[in-house]
Design a protein around this ligand. Structure first.
Ligand code: KIV
Ligand code: NA
Length: 270
């Protein structure tokens, strides 16, 4: 195929910016694919599409179904699927079992894991067995119950050191890219300068090697606007207007019109 590859992404360190968006469904993947280097099937799908309060309730089955849909809708971008909470943290064996299943059942080219302390060992275990891994450092949504919510990272010297250590460990373990979420720009820049892997920022710094946004946020489909989101469309308003017009047309009998109904002559006998 002609998809972007893991070495293509690695080669973009300090080069042409890496463009990444999330995708969860086939039609959205089709629309985004020509414009993106990476499509991320994020576990944000739980909050964005399923109404969960955090990513903690996302299941492996959900990730498999959305990963399959995104693969069906894309042909150009590298597709990365998040490993959900509880499916990899126990250690290398659990991580390999989960990641290999995700690769086999979806056909995606890589997985992403949140890089809490100890996960680096699992990353090198996967990479040495043919599974490319993206690491996710800084604000880690799967850790919201420890952090007391979605909190930007790097407010104290200790916390900065911890995030830097996470990034260094993920890099040394062989991650092909590192997603950096919710940190001050100077910390993001220090990470980018320190690690060999390209960094992909969200709420981080313009000088990361690439950027990612949750597609539903940037399209105005998901009802929250953190500081780091730029809204490129207001699809909630468009959908609200469309549904309102439809309901009015149905109630007033203006829909369907002549041209919108089948005209079939009933054929007798034969
Ligand atoms: O799940 C997700 O969408 C992510 C974001 C940080 C892009 O991991
Ligand atoms: Na995620």
């Amino acid at each position: 195929g002609t998809r972007v590859t893991v070495p293509d992404i690695r080669a973009r360190k300090s080069g042409e910016k890496i463009v990444c968006l999330t995708a969860y469904t086939k039609p959205m993947a089709e629309l985004l694919d020509p414009h993106c280097d990476i499509l991320l099937v994020g576990d944000s799908v739980g909050m964005v599409l399923h109404g969960l309060p955090s990513p903690v309730g996302v299941t492996l089955d959900m990730m498999l179904l959305h990963g399959q849909a995104v693969m069906r809708g894309s042909q150009h971008a590298l597709v990365v699927v998040d490993l959900p909470f509880g499916s990899y943290e126990r250690g290398p064996d659990q991580a390999f079992k989960t990641a290999s299943k995700v690769m086999r059942k979806t056909g995606c080219q890589a997985v992403k894991v949140e890089a809490a302390e100890g996960v680096a060992e699992s990353i090198s275990f996967l990479v040495s067995r043919g599974i490319p891994v993206m690491g996710h450092v800084g604000l880690r949504p799967q850790a919201t119950n420890i952090d007391g919510g979605f909190k930007a990272k790097g407010r104290t010297a200790d916390e900065r050191e911890r995030v830097l250590a996470e990034a260094r460990a993920v890099d040394a373990a062989g991650a092909f890219a590192i997603l950096v979420e919710g940190v001050a720009p100077d910390l993001a820049d220090e990470i980018t300068a320190t690690v060999k892997a390209p960094t992909i920022g969200i709420g981080a710094s313009k000088d990361c090697d690439g950027q990612v946004l949750v597609t539903d946020d940037m399209l105005g489909l998901f009802d929250w606007t953190p500081k780091f989101v730029r809204r490129y469309a207001d699809l909630r308003a468009l959908i609200d207007r469309a549904a309102s017009q439809y309901s009015e047309d149905v109630r007033t009998g203006r829909f369907p019109a002549e041209a919108e109904i089948y005209k079939l002559r009933t054929v007798r006998g034969s």
